[in-house]
Design a binder for this molecule. Structure first.
Ligand code: HEC
Ligand code: HEC
Ligand code: HEC
Ligand code: HEC
Ligand code: HEC
Length: 225
């Protein structure tokens, strides 16, 4: 054997050194300049009339993927452009639009501009790898990470998004899995999680766990390369 096995770790150790230096810089600017991004409950004021998930995803029942359509293919969830809204909000045909500010959608569309939505969830830049699509396809619901979005008139950060939070689920992932076709049905997932907490779930968690590709990673390089 030419190289002893421990040498495989060298690139990781080197990368961690570089990561450490970078961290000192990132940390200073990030933690102190934009601490709001990391607080549970963070709820920035959105432009125009805002966007109401409780109404659109909850009451009207529009699937998350109608708007966040890249989520099954891409590491990053997309925010929809105004062209996704305009089909329904082109004219004042909808009952109940009076008194609501929807003109900002038409104005943005007419001017070929985008609405400057303010970001709610953001990981620090030194977390290089957060793949939405891998989680969604494995049966981790939006509910587990974003809370009950279908009940939120205004989106806020429901979970801490810290490293301990990621690792907690990576160690105990079985109890957080649902069948992949259920991930965007947040009401059903909420009921299922409540049934699990009462010990009354009828789902086969072992079978769900056996269907994912591999165990979620706990090595540093998986999230910070
Ligand atoms: C009709 C379009 C539409 C649908 C359907 C929709 N969303 Fe959204 N979503 C948006 C828009 C627009 C924003 C940006 C404005 C905001 O943050 O409120 C957004 C923002 C978000 C954010 C916050 C993004 C950030 O900045 O961190 C999350 C999380 C989210 N949506 C999850 C969901 C989930 C989960 C569902 C399904 C239950 C869903 N959305 C359904 C349009 C939609
Ligand atoms: C499938 C149709 C549909 C789509 C797509 C849609 N909406 Fe709506 N929207 C509605 C309906 C229906 C209402 C409710 C009118 C009412 O109050 O009865 C509404 C109401 C609203 C209101 C006013 C109500 C409030 O809560 O203030 C805003 C603002 C709004 N939508 C923004 C958006 C934005 C932004 C998008 C694109 C990201 C979007 N909508 C996409 C159907 C849609
Ligand atoms: C395993 C946890 C997890 C799951 C599951 C998850 N998200 Fe996220 N989401 C995050 C994290 C963490 C971020 C911040 C990512 C970043 O800053 O790179 C985020 C960011 C977002 C954003 C903001 C993207 C942007 O560029 O502004 C949207 C929109 C979003 N998620 C929608 C969803 C929807 C819809 C689902 C379900 C179909 C979902 N997420 C499932 C953890 C998750
Ligand atoms: C609620 C559970 C849950 C949370 C929270 C969670 N994950 Fe995961 N994660 C999983 C599961 C399950 C897998 C395994 C997916 C598979 O391989 O099928 C996974 C896999 C991954 C992978 C490997 C992707 C690949 O290509 O194999 C990375 C990287 C990752 N997660 C990063 C994160 C980060 C960063 C966070 C926190 C911001 C996070 N995860 C939070 C459940 C979770
Ligand atoms: C599953 C993904 C994941 C893995 C694996 C992981 N980290 Fe992290 N790490 C994160 C996230 C997400 C943050 C951002 C925490 C925050 O926003 O407060 C972070 C933050 C950090 C920080 C900044 C200080 C802090 O705690 O906020 C350091 C240092 C760090 N990680 C080192 C490591 C080391 C060393 C390992 C391997 C033993 C490791 N990480 C493994 C996701 C991960």
């Amino acid at each position: 054997m030419l190289f002893p096995k421990w040498m495989n770790m060298l690139p990781t150790v080197g990368a961690l050194g570089a990561f450490g230096g970078l961290l000192a810089v990132t940390w200073g600017t990030w933690y102190y300049a934009t601490p709001d991004f990391f607080e549970v409950g963070y709820m920035p004021t959105q432009p125009g009339g805002g966007f109401n998930h409780q109404l659109h995803a909850g009451e009207l029942g529009i699937d998350c993927r109608y708007c966040h359509h890249d989520i099954e293919r891409s590491p990053e969830a997309n925010i929809p452009p105004v062209s996704t809204c305009i089909g329904c909000h082109q004219e004042n045909k909808l009952a109940g639009w009076e008194g609501h500010n929807v003109t900002f959608i038409r104005e943005a569309y007419a001017a070929d501009e985008s609405v400057e939505w303010r970001r709610v969830h953001k990981l620090p830049d030194y977390v290089r790898n957060f793949p939405h699509h891998v989680h969604i396809k494995s049966g981790v619901s939006c509910y587990s990470c974003h809370g009950q979005i279908m009940g939120m008139p205004v989106v806020y950060q429901a979970e801490g998004l810290g490293m301990g939070w990621c690792l907690d689920c990576h160690r105990n992932y079985e109890e957080n899995l649902v069948p992949p076709d259920m991930v965007t049905d947040l009401d059903a997932v909420e009921q299922e999680m409540a049934a699990r907490a009462r010990g009354e779930s009828s789902m086969d968690l072992e079978a769900l766990a056996a269907s994912i590709r591999r165990d979620p990673p706990q090595t540093c390089g998986a999230c910070h390369h």
